[in-house]
Design a protein around this ligand. Structure first.
Ligand SMILES: Nc1nc2c(ncn2[C@@H]2O[C@H](COP(=O)(O)OP(=O)(O)OP(=O)(O)O)[C@@H](O)[C@H]2O)c(=O)[nH]1
Ligand SMILES: [Mg+2]
Length: 467
């Protein structure tokens, strides 16, 4: 069970406005198997809600349990037959993960045993929990905010060390803390602006003393840093899509094999070997990448190859980063490079062309010279990929984030920049006050200070059951 250090969210009312509303108490008691399906040494059934203790008391043969003590108990069915034996631990509201009365029944990790134990909980009046419902209740009861709830799911889903470490940081409240700090600074500025508007007859003209412009500038800078960190934090969680594109025979499939350290793609010296997209997950610098190998780009009358090229072009449009692989041992023209736009150019086969390995600039584009055959330049390529995505060192990214947070931060930044421009050109405090409020509201959606049922449904439905 997670116990976040910070608790910032308030329970939202029906309009989704959370400030100063009382704790939400759900009346029904939920139950779920909290451990993964399959065999395990221990399996846990979790109960949360006002009847949790009562239901557990029945299952455990009526012997009372003090909160936060582990009791060795027999778990009984309706006829008094033993389903299993194990540990029962009771948590009393609000000192539990969900903020409600909770019980954990820790038995043996078998499908049948846990299924019967859950069934008994349902017979005694509990309801099967929906995916993420325990975390949702923790959020609604103000135990964790939305970022922390999302971090729990990200921590469970993490498949690299960096992703797990950063999700853990968000769960501790590192990201939320940064958002609150920024929201606090905006509040101070709003108070200052409102005061200046309310007392226009004061000797000092607050609106033109320069401190407002300075504060907005500082806020913009802080928001830009947070946005960059969130961008990195999201990429490390979800991974980036990297597409290998280029003319037939350039060595795209060979590079896919080299980066994944596996012989996943067919390589031949026949141009047009790869016809379809081939995907492979590879970790580079702690960041998971989905590598996509594509059909060589050329015009063809073969309908299969035409479709392959169409898919390749679509993959390039969807990519976070594209490597345009060029055969440096064959004649290549600037045309291929123009096509690349902001792709990273990879000049392959330098074992034949004799070019030095490593980074160089080519027609104002970043280029890497390498040889898949000798391995020279491959490390330079990995570094450049991370640098291009703003991920020089994944270990320095302070927290995990999601696309939802990035959208909200972008919105907040654009509102702030608009307010800055308007204020500089007109000096009108009323408009500034309004824009600052909107910026504040955008930040509020991140931690869930402002939220609605649709958003919550979308977030929590993607959780696993029992969390
Ligand atoms: N000498 C040399 N040959 C290479 C290198 N990389 C790839 N090749 C050769 O180039 C040929 C084409 O390689 P592939 O990886 O199949 O090229 P591709 O870009 O995937 O080609 P298509 O699938 O046809 O689009 C093969 O014979 C590879 O062995 C390299 O670094 N040096
Ligand atoms: Mg290929």
């Amino acid at each position: 069970m997670s116990s976040p250090e910070k608790s910032n969210a308030r329970a939202p009312d029906k309009q989704g406005n959370c400030e100063d509303s009382p704790l939400v108490t759900e009346q029904d008691t939920i139950a779920a198997i909290a451990t993964p399906s399959g065999a395990g040494g221990v399996g846990i059934v979790r109960l949360s809600g006002s009847r949790a203790a009562d239901i557990a008391l029945h299952i455990c043969g009526g012997q009372p349990m003090q909160a936060r003590f582990a009791y060795h108990r027999r778990f009984l069915d309706a006829d008094g037959d033993i389903i299993d034996d194990g540990l029962a631990i009771r948590f009393v509201a609000p000192q539990s993960f969900t903020g409600e009365d909770c019980v954990e029944l820790q038995g043996h990790g078998g499908k049948i045993v846990l299924g019967r134990l859950l069934q008994r909980c349902l017979e005694l009046g509990a309801r099967q929990a929906r995916p993420g419902e325990f975390s949702e209740r923790a959020f609604l009861n103000g135990k964790i905010d939305l970022v922390q709830a999302e971090a729990i799911a990200d921590l469970i889903a993490a498949n690299t060390d960096a992703a797990a470490k950063q999700a853990q940081a968000s769960l501790r409240g590192v990201f939320s803390g940064a958002v609150h700090q920024l929201a606090g600074d905006i509040t101070k500025l709003r108070v200052y602006v409102e005061a200046a508007l309310d007392f226009p007859d004061e000797d000092v003209d607050f609106l033109s003393d320069g401190s407002i412009s300075e504060s907005i500038e500082n806020l913009v800078a802080a928001l830009q840093v947070l946005l960059q960190q969130a961008h990195e934090g999201a990429l490390i969680q979800t991974g980036a899509k990297l597409v290998l594109a280029g003319k037939p025979n350039a060595g795209k499939s060979s590079l896919l094999n080299a980066l994944s350290g596996d012989d996943v793609a067919i390589v031949t010296d026949i141009p047009g070997t790869t016809r379809d997209l081939l995907r492979q997950t590879v970790v580079i610098g702690g960041v998971p990448f989905q590598l996509v190998d594509t059909a060589g780009l050329r015009s063809s009358h073969d309908p299969i190859e035409q479709e392959g090229v169409r898919r390749a072009e679509q993959a390039i449009r969807d990519a976070d980063i594209t490597l345009l692989v060029i055969d440096d041992s064959a004649p290549h023209t600037a045309a291929a490079i123009v096509e690349a736009q902001d792709a990273l150019l990879v000049f392959n086969k330098i074992d034949l062309s004799g070019r030095n390995p490593g980074h160089f600039r080519h027609h104002d584009a970043d280029a890497i010279a390498l040889s898949v055959h000798t391995g020279q330049g491959i490390e330079n390529l990995k570094e450049k990929i991370l640098e291009k995505l703003g991920l020089r060192d994944s270990a320095e990214t302070p927290f995990s984030a999601r696309q939802r947070h990035i959208h909200a931060l972008r919105e907040a930044l654009s509102q702030l920049l608009t307010s800055q421009q308007q204020f500089l050109s007109s000096g009108a405090g009323e408009l500034l006050a309004e824009d600052l409020k909107r910026t504040h509201d955008s930040l509020g959606t991140i931690t869930g200070v402002l939220s609605n049922d649709a958003l919550l449904g979308e977030i929590f439905s993607s959780f696993c059951i029992g969390k």
